[in-house]
Design a binder for this molecule. Structure first.
Ligand code: 3PG
Length: 309
């Protein structure tokens, strides 16, 4: 019997991305079902009941959802972060989890600079702003997004410094950036700090008052990674104590923190919706990569980008 592949995206892919991924899967002989912009988990569970594999974005795949997916063998997160998936629970149930690293990295990195210019130019209020050229940009974690941010920063004439315990200093130097040994030193030296750490038990709540307070006068923390890595009470305290600091984010904090931050005026900005990976190109890259990984898995037993081995 032919396999059923579900594309389950609360935040829909662009039509082109969906069409290309579906066409590739159908050519391989699979049936494709699409569930998008769904309101409740029951719809997801229902659609998963007959799926052999599912392509998701930030959709939450927890144990209860996995229990409803009796035939499921594979979850592919069309994107980088897989903190929305219960990877251990999937493993216990014999379900492989993959991501598609790098496919949306340029889109996120371009948004970083859109937000940086918007911030530096005072939200386009007609008054003199500042330029990015000559300012120091700190990059916290040099994965796929961080490397794209680094590349674009050079075009703006920024001084780039970076910290990543998993990347050798010489590899950071080879990218024309200055390696920084500690997180504390990175924040202390960055006029702009771009955050690219994943949300893990180690990183959740790790960016707080001490790091923020150490930043230079007028500094901006920009978060296109995850809301969870921020210690929200610490962030608030730091921004209340230092009237020169800014926080810019693509991922909304809790409603309570959001309301409190809004009282700080232009020192806080968040995108109305998470926009980092929302480009036609990123959607197509991630969705088609996911489709290719599914076919390679079922037809040839290939295990690309498995994150729960
Ligand atoms: C990712 O982890 O790939 C990004 O955060 C994008 O997430 P999204 O697919 O939900 O926009």
């Amino acid at each position: 019997m032919s396999k059923t592949i579900l594309i389950a995206t609360q935040k829909p892919f662009s039509p082109d991305a969906k069409q290309q991924a579906s066409a590739f899967l159908e050519e391989a002989g699979y049936q494709v079902r699409v569930l998008e912009a769904y309101d409740d988990e029951a719809a997801l569970k229902g659609a998963l009941a007959e799926a052999d594999a599912v392509i998701v974005r930030s959709d939450k795949i927890h144990a209860g959802v996995l229990d409803a997916a009796k035939q499921l063998k594979l979850v592919v997160r069309a994107g980088a972060g897989y903190d929305s998936i219960d990877c251990a629970g999937a493993k216990e149930r014999g379900v492989t989890v993959m991501n598609t690293p790098g496919q949306n990295a340029n889109a996120v990195a371009e948004l970083v600079f859109g937000l940086l210019v918007y911030t530096a130019r005072g939200h386009y209020d007609g008054k003199p702003g500042t330029e990015l050229k000559g300012k120091t940009l700190g990059i916290h974690a040099l994965g796929n997004v961080g490397k794209n941010v680094l590349r674009i920063a050079h075009g703006f004439g920024m001084e780039v410094i970076a910290h990543d315990p998993f990347v050798e200093a010489q590899d950071i130097q080879a990218l024309d950036a200055t390696p920084i040994d500690t997180v504390e030193e990175l924040y202390a030296k960055s006029d702009y700090l771009s955050l690219h750490i994943p949300a893990t038990p180690k990183t959740i709540g790790s960016i707080g008052k001490a790091l923020l307070s150490a930043m230079p006068k007028g500094a901006t923390l920009i978060n296109t990674a995850r809301a969870e890595v921020i210690d929200e009470p610490g962030l608030l305290e730091a921004l209340r104590e230092r009237e020169d600091l800014h926080y810019v984010t693509d991922i909304a904090p809790s409603d309570e923190t959001d309301a409190a931050l809004k009282e700080l005026g232009k020192r806080y900005f968040r995108t109305p919706k998470k926009m980092g990976a929302q480009t036609a190109e990123a959607n197509t890259n991630a969705a088609t990569a996911a489709a290719h990984q599914i076919v390679a898995f079922f037809e040839r037993g290939e295990r690309h980008n498995v994150v729960n081995d």
